[in-house]
Design a protein around this ligand. Structure first.
Ligand SMILES: Cc1ncc(COP(=O)(O)O)c(C=O)c1O
Length: 458
């Protein structure tokens, strides 16, 4: 039996009861730790509401999922229309809805989602190599499927270069390319190359030019060691789960050149960055690269589980019938969500709104350094990380947890903010929906400033 006690907050009887019940009935392993373990009764736009009726600004977009905000009505209406649910009447015994299966069957909504997603990607600078969609349900499955295809493309070439300190998921090959060679028992087919963390450990550092010599040397050494077995290089545009490190674009361009020079597949994991997080629809435009395969997830369905590896047909065709199939891939609910999300992005000013917010967030977060509680600020667009300082014998991780708790509590009528448990131990993620109202975002950034001051004061 575990000695882990449910987290409880004074005055939250209903939430506390749910927290206790969940801890009894679910292994705590399925939930990452956060000191608030916030219970959410409903969510709308940029807000969550607790069962007690407290309103929390969502500085996380779920986990970078609800880029358009939570439950936008126009988006839900579109999902419902694509599913054929709009015409349901009371008393109908069977509604004329799309089937909720795509196994050994094909639906037109899936075909439409392919068309629209490919067109959207090809219209983005850097997306011209993409002409097929390999659907899946979670991010790590998209990673797995892309790697399976890459590893089968040429017999005998099954080795992968991944960037050290990255996060691609926990399952299977996604877990094998996450982290570094030191973390756990390693898949002997994976090699790591350094990511330029020191060169981009703060918004200011990142403005300096990067010297790529050592990275080129590492790549050359890897080629020397196992070039005859390499099939691909996989990276994220920025290290997300690894602590929010956003590199100079020349680093990613170097990885791409290495791939082109040696006929390796360049795979970009945009599961976290897709659909507007870094500014444009896809981070590859922003970083001026043209990957062979791009991995999509999270914001792709604005909250409905769906992911995909999108890329070159000639690579995906290395997998035979059924080798990438499963129960949920391409199911019509996820196709409808992707279509509705594309409709909203293509038909609204969500990206422009994100850019307005981006400037505001950068200024508001850089200001936090004045408090002494935050030592580094990293990010771009609407995806930021603030690194907590060590303070009077408190570790960065402890400081991070104190900030999360105070933001959640929203003492004395101060606005409350929902934050995720720290990344890489001590980095707090700030990634509100792109559609958060700028004035409200400013008010929450001001609250964060006060909280950081309070925590710094001890
Ligand atoms: C860049 C990146 N890749 C892959 C994943 C894994 O996605 P999932 O948790 O849906 O398997 C994540 C999740 O945070 C991610 O940030």
């Amino acid at each position: 039996m575990t000695d882990i006690q449910p987290i409880q907050f004074a005055g939250e009887d209903q939430s506390n009861a749910v927290r206790t019940q969940i801890l009894n009935q679910e292994p705590f392993a399925i939930r990452t730790f956060t000191p608030s373990q916030c219970v959410i009764s409903h969510s709308a736009g940029s807000y969550h509401f607790t069962p007690e009726g407290r309103k929390l600004a969502d500085f996380t977009s779920g986990v970078l999922v609800a880029n358009l905000g939570h439950n936008p009505v126009s988006w839900w209406n579109r999902v419902i229309d694509y599913l054929g649910l709009g015409a349901i009447k009371d008393g109908d015994q069977y509604a004329k809805c799309v089937p909720l299966t795509a196994y050994n069957a094909i639906t037109e909504v899936e075909a439409l989602a392919n068309d629209r997603l490919i067109a959207n990607l090809q219209a983005a600078p850097g997306g011209s190599r993409i002409n097929q969609v390999m659907w899946s349900a979670s991010g790590s499955e998209a990673v797995q499927k892309a790697l399976w295809a890459a590893m089968k493309r040429t017999p005998g070439k099954d080795m992968i270069i991944a960037t050290r300190g990255g996060f691609h998921g926990k399952k299977g090959l996604a877990g094998a390319i996450t982290g570094s060679e030191d973390d756990k028992e390693r898949d002997e087919r994976v090699r790591f190359i350094s990511f330029p963390k020191a060169e981009c450990d703060d918004v200011e550092t990142r403005k300096q030019p990067i010297d790529l010599t050592s990275y080129q040397q590492e790549l050359d050494a890897l080629w020397e060691e196992c070039g005859d077995r390499l099939c691909c290089v996989v990276t994220e545009p920025y290290l997300g789960g690894g602590g929010s490190y956003h590199p100079q674009k020349e680093y990613l361009q170097l990885l791409q050149s290495f791939c082109r020079e040696h006929d390796l597949i360049f795979i970009l994991d945009e599961i976290q960055s897709n659909f507007g997080r870094t500014g444009p629809m896809y981070a590859f435009s922003h970083y001026e690269i043209e990957p062979d395969i791009v991995l999509l997830g999270k914001g792709l369905g604005n909250g409905i589980p769906v992911s995909a590896a999108v890329g070159r047909r000639d690579i995906f065709e290395s997998l035979g019938y059924g080798e990438a199939s499963d129960t949920w891939s391409a199911n019509p609910l996820s196709s409808a969500a992707v279509l509705a999300t594309l409709d909203e992005f293509e038909g609204s000013d969500a990206l422009e709104k994100g850019l307005v917010l981006a400037d505001l967030i950068e200024t508001g977060l850089v200001r936090l350094k004045e408090t002494g509680a935050i030592s580094k600020v990293r990010g771009e667009g609407c995806v930021w990380g603030i690194e907590c300082a060590e303070l009077d014998g408190r570790s960065g991780a402890e400081v991070a947890n104190q900030i999360i708790e105070r933001c959640y509590a929203g003492d004395n009528g101060a606005p409350a903010i929902h934050l995720l448990g720290a990344l890489a131990g001590k980095v707090l993620r700030v990634s509100p929906p792109l559609t958060m109202c700028p004035e409200e975002c400013q008010a929450y950034l001001d609250r964060l400033y006060d909280v950081c001051n309070e925590v710094a004061a001890g």
